[in-house]
Design a protein around this ligand. Sequence first.
Ligand code: TXA
Ligand code: MG
Length: 342
Amino acid sequence: METKILKMNPFDIDFKKINIAAEIIKLGGLVVFPTETVYGLGANALNENAVKSIYKAKGRPSDNPLIMHFDKLEKIKDFVYISENLYEKIKVFIPGPITFVLKRKNIVPNIITANMDTVAVRIPIHPIANKLIEMSGVPIAAPSANLSGKPSPTIAEHVVEDMKGRVDIIIDGGNVDFGLESTVIDLTEDIPTILRPGPITPENLKEVFGEIKIPEFIYGKGKVDTAKAPGMKYRHYAPDKKTILVEYSENRIDIIKKIIKNYKNPLLVLFEEDKKYFNGYDIITSGNKNDYYKIAVNLFSILRTADKTNNDVIIIEGVKDKGLGISIMNRLRKASSEIWGE
Ligand code: TXA
Ligand code: MG
């Protein structure tokens, strides 16, 4: 398949170009587009064959459901059951980097939901994503635009790496804003439950919902409730190379010094502040140790870069399980083949 690449400035949108992509969506084709979280691989959510081709292009298992993306919140009402009370609450976050799991109506194609009785809905704030959905005139089903198992793409170069030849159009809208996929929250029970931590933090959610549940698997512990969170059982984001995560602690420098003795040629992913302890080693900087936004936005890109070097192992420093740090650590734990704590 020939893939057309459309370059676009998110701050000065070219409606003609978006229209080309919207026409492809209407015809049942595949369009990769930037969002505020990561790049998405989109198709007309109401066209079963088009949605099938998403799973094929990604190599994604068919038991892992997709998110339906809308341009406006009102439009979800045709597809999900939601109380007025809940609707008022979720408005606070919309549009933005959050996905709501709700009871679905029959009109939602089974292929999107992997036959579950719920569906995930999201209203992105990214101007290109939002306009593309609006001009397509249909909801867009879109997973992250990576090959299954790889880190989600946060820059167009990584989309091209994974998706060239597999999709009709790639919209290159530059870098994303957050670099971690949207927060997924299940609203089908009395107390909302986080299924995937993301840019909207537990603190943000508590302000609106009051009580929320954060299952243990979010922190890499306990068992994933696969009936509720089918996507979380897969090992994601994993570089092909051995990846060791060193959890945050005061002793982290000593722990890393101990680990590196076992390897010939390690690549260290370190905080700016910690580089000075490892002169002479190959190092990629993740950001200042308290700058979680920067660490998050660079994370997937760093994992991809690290995988391409000729080092024999990646050793990466973790952050605290606090705020956005919970989302960073959730991805890092999934990416790692070995985890060292204190
Ligand atoms: O930021 C994002 O959410 C990006 C952009 C493109 O919007 N999309 C994304 O999609 O990350 P994907 O397919 O890579 O991740 C969606 C997650 C998966 O873990 C999936 O299992 C879960 O949402 N999910 C989808 N529908 C669900 C449902 N009905 N119940 C529970 N989890 C669901
Ligand atoms: Mg994904």
